[in-house]
Design a protein around this ligand. Structure first.
Ligand code: EPZ
Length: 412
């Protein structure tokens, strides 16, 4: 799949964000915990969420529309051909282990942005009494009844925090997770679990205490807005010196991006829950370090790099979360960006002009960043392997076209 982007006029009007992919994936997995029916609304229609539903159906879950019925889940083994397409499927490990006493999940493998290890997940499962085996590319977890325990995460891993909370809610006794991730998607999962009857304290902080309960019941839940999708469109208005609004946003989740954009000369504000952007003036460089929430999100690093590529001055970006999240730099350089790399630091000298080129998406956020750069590059930018973008953005081209972007999918 290819996307063609041509130099566009400043974006205007409005773009509406969808529900969060990274909240939907753990919450869909968590519906397996209750053995009943859950109704989830605002799940985005993406390759990742479609694959997650396919895997859950293979396990015996009945899914139709917004309704998830896990009363007949019978299999504890996720199929490799689905798992290799979706790293997030490892989030099924905890619900299967907690509910059925076993989980056989193929190792998710790495991806372009890093090796993506799962050692923190496995260490946590062991701390809760699970037997952990790894053979033939599969992680095999067994435990008749998990017991509460104390876990310290070496890194505030989002996925490990989510998996271990889901394991602890049905364990015997109390679990303490220290140095836990505090991302909004973790908070949304906890709120969903609390609606099912889970006892969780410290939600939104880095120390979470869970009192295990004997069972959970079905409930309904609306997925929070996708802060990274929204941030990507906010940056699209900024890079084109546009003026407009992004709807369906939790403004408090945009604080790190809003602070940086303000520093760079972009006027941002809130209007009745919408995020307003006015970037008609000059845009100046800034220095950014990605950090776990509430720091600047790693998932916005590529997109802000595109903006810095055409800002006045020289900016610096330090990526502290993933070891290899700079694959978009080589492609931006092909478009005329002036970026020097030194380990996990990139130094970006703003240029007056980018030119369109044939470039390649290597991951979903890097692909989106190339599209943003294409909006201001002279001529045409053809992004190959654009299926990466479709993994994280529903109707990406249509939404951007709605704000005046010259962008479309090229049928090969
Ligand atoms: C989640 O991935 C998100 N994915 C990622 O979004 C996001 O970039 C990441 O959190 C950080 O915010 C989903 O929620 C589906 P981590 P996750 O565990 O959970 C190391 C996107 O663009 N680590 O917080 O896999 C790991 O190597 C995607 O939508 C271990 O060392 O991220 C990384 O360096 C990309 N051992 C760091 O922690 C472990 O056991 C952060 O990873 C687990 C992680």
């Amino acid at each position: 799949m290819k996307i063609l982007v041509k130099k566009s006029t400043p974006l205007s009007g409005e773009i509406k964000a969808c529900g969060s992919k990274n909240a939907a994936l753990p919450i869909m997995a968590a519906t397996l915990l209750c053995g009943g029916k859950c109704t989830l609304t605002d799940i985005p229609e993406l390759a990742d969420t479609i694959n997650m539903k396919n895997i859950m159906r293979e396990l015996g879950c009945k899914i139709s529309g917004d309704c998830f019925d896990s009363s007949c889940v019978y299999s504890t083994s996720a199929p490799y051909e689905w798992v290799k397409k979706l790293r997030g499927s490892f989030l099924l490990a905890a619900p299967l282990l907690a509910r059925l006493g076993r989980a056989q999940i193929p190792l998710p493998g790495g991806c372009p942005i890093g090796t993506r290890p799962i050692d923190l997940h496995l260490k946590g499962f062991s701390a809760l009494g699970a037997e952990v085996d790894r053979y033939h590319g599969v992680v095999d977890l067994k435990c008749k009844k998990l017991k509460g325990g104390k876990i310290y995460l070496d890194f505030p891993s989002v996925g490990a925090t989510e998996n271990l909370i889901m394991a602890a809610v049905l364990a015997d006794g109390e679990t303490l997770i220290e140095n836990a991730a505090a991302e909004p998607e973790v908070v949304d999962l906890c709120e969903f679990l609390q609606k099912q009857g889970a006892v969780i304290e410290g939600v939104g902080g880095n120390t979470i205490r869970i009192e295990g309960v004997s069972s959970l019941s079905g409930t309904e839940h609306r997925i929070i807005p996708d802060r990274i999708e929204a941030g990507t469109y906010i940056t699209a208005f900024a890079i084109t010196h546009g003026k407009g609004r992004v709807k369906n946003v939790r403004v408090e989740h945009q604080k790190p991006l809003a602070a940086k954009l303000t520093e760079m000369g972009v006027k941002v504000s809130e209007d009745n829950g919408d995020f307003l952007i006015d970037a008609r003036g000059d845009i100046y460089s800034s220095n950014i370090k990605t950090l776990p929430y509430p720091g600047f999100p790693t998932d916005m690093q590529a997109q802000i790099t595109s903006l810095l590529s055409v800002a006045n001055g020289t900016g610096m970006v330090v990526e502290t979360v993933f070891e290899n999240r700079f694959l978009h730099i080589g492609e931006l350089t092909r478009m005329g960006a002036m970026i020097r790399m030194d380990g996990r630091t990139s130094v970006i000298e703003g240029v007056k002009r980018l030119t369109g080129a044939k470039v390649e998406a290597h991951d979903l956020r890097g692909g989106a960043a190339l599209a943003l750069a294409g909006l201001v590059a002279d001529g045409e930018t053809e992004i190959s392997d654009a299926w990466h973008i479709a993994r994280g953005y529903e109707n990406f081209c249509e939404k951007m076209q709605g704000a005046g972007a010259n962008i479309c999918i090229v049928n090969e």
